[in-house]
Design a protein around this ligand. Structure first.
Ligand code: PDD
Length: 294
């Protein structure tokens, strides 16, 4: 059950807007308790949903993944999908930007004491905000991102979009420290995903991406890229990718809701395959833009 909402009007707003358990306010004015289990344990899950011209993109699969993740971690969904959609619409209406991403987070909630075991009655906390962002363009994406590889040190349920992101942030920082933009992760010699995105490679005009498992997030962008490749008549295989195949790829891409499809220019400082030529990426990038504008 959702609590009653306290609304803002657009003229009251100067910074990014958030929603916390029934209250809309500027993000800087929203506060959670130190006893919230999201704060104490990272006990929750989240979604990041892009919105173009104030319209959420691929909202249905994002909400579907949220519902599935909540079930996996046994947090009850206390809002209807219509209520959540209404909160998102309100945040987008209040945003001063046409382009935003929506952050949506459910934690197990706040209780009087810190106790690992779930409370008998779970009263989750719902937090959301709209953050202005600049979507990638053909020009900005064409420059590519620098990536490094690192051992995937995370737990064995990376299919859950958990707010416990310590592994991911340590891995992302590794690339930052080397002046790179993303870290591609290897587990037992195979690519899983990257620290904040999924991974695709192209070899001899075939697209390859690791199959879904507990070791990677079922990215919404990943799903759309697979669908668009089929539409374009390009062979796309969900198949294990070895470190050797990654290093020998013609093209490497990473995908996420905010990066969309980004080509990788260098891997561990070495030029990737045919980069800056990336003909398969260009077809998929255009197909993705067409789907966004549809
Ligand atoms: N993260 N894998 C990981 C580890 C991610 O963090 C993300 C995205 C993805 C791509 O998922 P999607 O296509 O559904 O965005 C894959 C978001 C954007 C974030 O944490 O900010």
């Amino acid at each position: 059950m959702a609590t009653s909402t306290h609304k803002l009007s657009a003229h009251q707003v100067s910074g990014p807007i958030g929603y916390l358990n029934g209250t809309f306010a500027e993000l800087k004015d929203l506060h959670v308790s130190v006893l919230d289990r999201g704060f104490l344990y990272g006990d929750g899950c989240y979604e990041v949903i892009p919105a173009y011209s104030k319209k959420p993109f691929l909202l249905e699969p994002h909400l579907d993944r949220l519902v599935k993740n909540l079930a996996k971690i046994r947090i009850p969904l206390t809002h209807s999908l219509e209520e959540i959609t209404g909160i998102i619409s309100e945040l987008l209406a209040l945003s001063t930007s046409e382009f935003n991403y929506i952050y949506l987070q459910y934690t197990r909630g706040t209780y009087p004491t810190r106790e690992h075991v779930f409370p008998a009655v779970i009263q989750p906390s719902l937090f959301a905000y709209a953050m202005p962002f600049t979507p990638p363009t053909l020009e900005t994406s064409s420059r590519g991102l620098k990536a490094i590889t690192a051992k995937d040190i995370r737990w064995d349920r990376c299919d859950i979009k958990s707010v416990s992101l310590l592994g991911n942030i340590l891995l992302r920082q590794q690339s930052q420290d080397l002046n790179a933009d993303e870290t591609i992760l290897l587990r037992d010699g195979y690519v899983t995903e990257a620290s904040v995105s999924n991974v695709f490679i192209v070899k001899s005009e075939t697209i390859l991406t690791p199959p879904l498992s507990y070791q990677l997030l079922p990215g919404i962008t990943r799903g759309l890229v697979i669908e668009l490749a089929k539409e374009q008549g390009i062979l796309c295989q969900e198949t294990p990718i070895t470190e050797a195949q990654l290093k020998d790829a013609d093209e490497i891409w990473v995908t996420s809701s905010t990066k969309e499809i980004m080509p990788i220019s260098t891997l561990n400082g070495e030029n990737v395959g045919t980069f800056p030529k990336k003909p398969v990426w260009e077809r998929l990038f255009k197909a993705y833009q067409a789907r966004k504008n549809a």
